[in-house]
Write a protein that binds this ligand. Structure first.
Ligand code: E4P
Length: 220
């Protein structure tokens, strides 16, 4: 199981890397705009900050444009992964880039057949957007389950990423399905660790420890 951080915020990335839990980063144009990351300097800083794949999304809509931009992205740093939306044009671009040996993260996947076609086109990763599915009244977790099942049925090497994760329950349910990769906003990552009973339990232990502190002697 691997955890990517879904952000373009350098401070969040360095804090998460320090936790020792981060295997990669995913970004999208919205996250880049929000973080105000410079291009390519800021993106390269992200690539240096994390040991693992960093997904950067193409901004062109036609296949030729996506391929050209994807090749440029891949040439910037060895750990960059080209993020390509699963449209007809995108599938064409995924085929070309993958045949060139460029790793692709097929993004904006909302149903199992999109995952299957992205895998057939050679994508290394496919990102299933859980939160956005739930937002429009679909059962995101059962769709994710079908995506996992369909790739497994055909022995596809493409790895699914649980994306658009909004809360720890998404992570729990996706983990119970054996989803190989999660891409998490920093706040959700923190939410996986923090529990009010851990906090209150620790406060109580520390309070009691202070009352016996004077009698505690560690051997030298
Ligand atoms: C995935 O790679 C995307 O960047 C991301 O998970 C989108 O999440 P959102 O639906 O919260 O914007």
């Amino acid at each position: 199981m691997r955890i990517f951080l879904d952000t373009a915020n350098l401070e969040e990335i360095s804090r998460a890397v320090a936790l020792g839990l981060i295997d990669g980063v995913t970004t999208n144009p919205t996250l880049l705009a929000k973080a105000g990351l410079s291009f390519p300097e800021g993106v390269l800083e992200v690539c240096r900050a994390v040991q693992g794949p960093v997904s950067l999304e193409v901004t062109k809509e036609d296949a030729a444009g996506m391929v050209e931009e994807g090749r440029k992205i891949a040439s910037l740093a060895p750990n960059l992964v080209v993020k390509v939306p699963v449209t007809l044009e995108g599938i064409q671009a995924i085929s070309v880039l993958s045949k060139d040996g460029i790793p692709v993260n097929a993004t904006l996947v909302f149903q199992p057949l999109q995952a299957l076609l992205a895998a057939r086109a050679g994508a290394k990763y496919a990102s299933v957007f859980l939160g956005r599915l739930d937002d429009v009244g679909h059962d995101a977790i059962s769709i994710l389950g079908e995506c996992l099942e369909i790739l497994e049925a055909y022995g596809m090497a493409t790895e699914l990423i649980a994306a658009s994760v909004r809360h720890p329950m998404h992570v729990l349910r996706a983990a119970l399905l054996g989803t190989p990769i999660f891409t998490l906003p920093f706040g959700v990552l923190l939410g996986l660790v923090e529990h009010p009973l851990t906090r209150s339990g620790l406060e109580r232990f520390l309070q009691d420890a202070r009352s016996v502190a004077s009698s505690m002697r560690y051997p030298k």
